[in-house]
Design a protein around this ligand. Structure first.
Ligand SMILES: [Zn+2]
Ligand SMILES: [Zn+2]
Length: 199
C-alpha cells in the first residue's frame, strides 16, 4: 500500500536484508478462529511489542467491530491461504506502508515453510512506523486528533486497515487498487470513529 497511488512490487534493499540477518528476526504464530488464516509474524529481534500490537488488533479489535464495518472483508477470509507470513519492519525503503508478495516473490522463510507444510501460504509485509505516522485523510470529526487516546486508536485502526488491504490483494489478485483502496478508506474512517466512540 503506497501512500500516494498504485502499488508495485518492491523488494527490500540488500543492505537492509543483510543487517536484519545479522540482528536476527523472531517469529510468532497467531492462531485465529476458523476460517481466518493463521498469521506468522516475523519481526526484528527486540521488537516484540509490535507483534503484541498486531495480535491484539487481529484477535481482539477486529472481532469486536460492528458487523457492517467488517462485512466487506468476511468473504475474503476463507479465500486466503491457511497461513499468511507477515514480515514486519519499521519502514520500507520505497516508503510504502505494506505490500503483498505475489506467488514466486515470497521470502526464504515463507518458501521453506510452504515446502515443509506442503500447503498454500501467502506473504505480506507491513512497515509499522510508517503506518503509525500515516494520516490517510481528514476525519469526519475534525477535532478527533486532539481527543485522548487518538494516537493509540489511530495506530490500531491503521494497522488493521493496511493488514486487511494487503490481505485483499492476496485473496483477489485481480481486484484493482482503486477499489481495494476505497474499501480501506471506508474501513479506516469507520473503525477509528468506532474506537474513539464517535460513531
Ligand atoms: Zn494496494
Ligand atoms: Zn513499495
Amino acid at each position: 500500500m503506497r501512500k500516494p497511488t498504485l502499488g508495485r512490487v518492491h523488494s527490500p534493499g540488500l543492505l537492509r536484508s543483510f543487517v536484519e540477518h545479522l540482528r536476527g528476526r523472531e517469529q510468532t504464530l497467531i492462531r485465529s478462529p476458523e476460517p481466518w488464516p493463521l498469521l506468522l509474524l516475523s519481526y526484528p529481534t527486540g521488537s516484540g511489542a509490535i507483534a503484541g500490537e498486531v495480535r491484539d488488533a487481529w484477535l481482539h479489535t477486529l472481532p469486536s467491530l460492528r458487523a457492517p464495518v467488517v462485512a466487506p472483508y468476511l468473504d475474503m477470509m476463507s479465500r486466503l491461504p491457511t497461513i499468511v507470513v507477515v514480515q514486519l519492519r519499521p519502514y520500507n525503503i520505497c516508503t510504502c506502508l505494506g505490500h503483498h508478495h505475489p506467488a514466486g516473490t515470497e521470502s526464504r522463510l515463507a518458501r521453506s515453510l510452504a515446502s515443509d507444510l506442503g500447503g498454500r501460504l501467502g506473504e505480506i509485509d507491513l512497515a509499522w512506523e510508517a503506518i503509525r505516522r500515516w494520516r490517510p485523510h481528514p476525519l469526519r470529526t475534525t477535532a478527533a486528533e486532539s481527543l485522548a487516546g487518538f494516537e493509540h486508536s489511530h495506530f490500531r485502526t491503521a494497522l488493521l486497515t493496511v493488514l486487511l488491504h494487503e490481505l485483499e490483494h492476496l485473496a483477489y489478485p485481480d481486484h484493482q487498487e482503486r477499489s481495494v483502496r476505497g474499501a480501506s478508506d471506508e474501513f479506516y474512517t469507520q473503525v477509528l470513529e468506532e474506537l474513539l466512540s464517535l460513531a
